[in-house]
Design a protein. Structure first.
Length: 352
């Protein structure tokens, strides 16, 4: 049987945490058993409760902070006063066993919203944390069936072999003709037969409206190409290019525009030229050149031609070593360091 894929990982997690805490310590009983495996029956029962609650939630809406607190606390209160006994009864591991109480739990959470609205109040959104970290970057097209992600080391996986519990950043949907709205971070819930089941992480929930550039995403040190880099969602796009600044995007609906914030690379000029293949957000993105080798006396300056584009409409920059007369200095074949800072138009371009 394939693993359950939550409608909303935040709802599922809130229900699981509340139920697991209560089931393993009903009526506030002392927690003294240090053997991890002894808690497995409670875990299985709590997972089935969470599935029932998440099924009842369905695709209603993106939960706010009050919704999640209600779901967590009601789950805890219910299972504290209704202990499972015997705790390994098979029925407790079946979501259908909890359907009625799970539906009532969601009704409580939704009525809270209705009363907030009647009082003219707006519940706070789910609190999104700051910088997040993923293990690697995936440059390819995600499978249509999100339970069939190939976890083995490959060029698309930047030569990382993934396991359950890992997160990665997808950036290649534009380049490979996929679904651009699938770009962004993913979490691997489980792995079976070399295939991982993907959901959006709790800090990037499907359907949520997020602020452009709100969440920096740091990449770990394992990958060959993207190790130790940092990305941000820079804004909704058209044809692979951010046409104008946008303040928000909707997860699962919009292409978030994933760009590396900063990139530094050491390269070698060939006959005074180098082509940098790196997505550039806009003409205002900064591309700097610093000598590593001793610059030939014939090179007066470096000229940089920027080409905006993302991982689908691949942008970058052409770097030329130029003589005082403005011609390419073909004698310059030294090393240079190229620095990129992706940015949008400056204050000078804003409406006055």
């Amino acid at each position: 049987m394939p693993p359950y894929v939550p409608n909303n990982i935040n709802v599922f997690s809130a229900a699981f945490a509340g139920a697991m805490s209560a089931m393993s310590s009903p009526y506030g009983a002392a927690v003294i058993d240090p053997t991890v495996i002894d808690y497995e029956p409670y875990c299985l029962a709590a997972m089935s409760w969470a599935e029932a609650v998440d099924t009842a939630w369905g695709a209603i809406a993106i939960p706010n902070d009050v919704n999640l607190h209600n779901i967590r606390l009601v789950s805890y209160a219910y299972h504290t006063t209704h202990p499972i006994a015997p705790h390994d009864l098979p029925a407790y591991s079946s979501p259908t066993n909890w359907a009625q109480s799970a539906t009532a739990t969601i009704a409580i959470a939704l009525e809270g919203d209705a009363n907030y609205a009647a009082a003219g109040l707006v519940p706070p959104p789910y609190c999104t944390p700051g910088t997040q970290r993923v293990r690697g970057v995936f440059l390819g097209v995600l499978p249509a069936d999100l339970t069939q992600f190939v976890v083995a080391s490959s060029m698309n996986n930047d030569y990382i072999a993934y396991v359950a519990g890992d997160s990665f950043l997808a950036i290649g949907e534009n380049a490979m003709g996929g679904l651009p709205e699938r770009n962004g971070p993913w979490y691997i819930v489980s792995v079976a037969a070399g295939r991982g089941t993907l959901v959006r992480p709790s800090w990037w929930p499907n359907g949520a409206t997020l602020q452009t550039s709100q969440i920096p995403i740091e990449v770990g040190a394992e990958g060959v190409v993207f190790s130790n880099s940092r990305f941000r969602a820079m804004g909704r796009q058209a044809a692979g290019i951010v046409i104008a600044p946008t303040n928000t995007f909707i997860v699962g609906t919009d292409d978030p525009g994933m760009y590396q914030e900063v990139l530094t690379d050491r390269v070698t000029l060939t006959a005074g030229e180098y082509e940098l293949y790196c997505p550039l957000l806009s003409p205002e993105s900064s591309v700097t050149v610093t000598d590593v080798s001793i610059r030939p006396a014939t090179t007066a300056y470096y000229e940089v031609e920027t080409i905006p584009g993302d991982w689908g409409v691949l942008g970058g920059a052409n770097i030329f070593a130029t003589t005082a007369a403005g011609a390419i200095d073909t004698d310059n074949e030294g090393d240079i360091i190229i620095g990129v800072i992706n940015q949008r138009r400056g204050l000078r371009d804003l409406p006055q």
